[in-house]
Design a binder for this molecule. Sequence first.
Ligand code: ATP
Length: 305
Amino acid sequence: MEYVLKTESLCKDYGRAHILKSVSLDIPKGSIYGLVGRNGAGKTTLMRIITGLAQPTSGRYVLSGIGSDSRKIGTVRRRMGSLIESPAVYKNMSAYDNLKIQFINLGMTSFDGIDELLSLVELDTTGKKKAGKFSLGMRQRLGIAIALCGNPDILVLDEPINGLDPQGIIQMREILLKINREKHTTILISSHILDELSRLATHYAFLERGQILKQISSEELMKNVRKASRLTVSSTALLCPALDIEGIEYKIVDDKVIDIFTDMSVSSLAALASSKGVEIEHMTENNESLEGYFMNLIGLKEDIT
Ligand code: ATP
């Protein structure tokens, strides 16, 4: 497999605090690589290092075959676009002029690609409107267009859907998928909205307290997620003691909904429920969510440390 970016035992300390602890990642070419982690896990720190905004305490990364310890890293970093924290846009300029400035910064002499980029991020009808008057979603999309100037091989996006409304989130998802499919840009994206990330990502890395707990492709993850039967019942409170006695693995969703992880037949479940006077109103197959998988991983880690 070809990797656009690899990190090798990256460590970052701030004073005595070990923020990143030997982070090794392999980001395949063409992937949408989701970086999953709770607040403070170190996602932004990692992205700041990869994009050259911060230096690692130790370890290195390899971008398009060039090591961060090489003098050529500055040149190859031009093949990377990023949106970290808030997008750096000129508020008193239109979307078009913002892109023009970025083209000039990159030493590009023709502005031919600007209209195509604006259309890709659905800002082609904003005309002379100044970026300062844009909504958050429009500003984020402009930030992505700026990051895409120069046609980078990899786009690094830190929480790009943070603060967007549901419509804005869907729009952003469609745009990122289009960028990945049509421009073949590899995307490294962090988000704590895991449900949304699971609709995009082809690969994941789970970061917890500065450590990578696991790297996994979405294909593998689908094979590993726990299968559950989701029951809607008259009372989960009445049903649970019976499940406990039988050693059945379950998770309560609310007072009427429960996920059963132990593989068992519908008839034995129904018999068990009816022995406690509980009625099963509805039953569906429900795969564990990305969030559930992550929570399990964290639980596992807490058990072994
Ligand atoms: P969030 O989603 O909340 O942004 P994150 O996973 O991106 O979380 P980071 O922003 O990378 O996490 O922060 C990881 C830890 O490093 C936090 O405890 C933070 O306080 C600390 N940290 C980050 N930058 C600095 C700094 N410049 N000096 C000292 N500590 C820092």
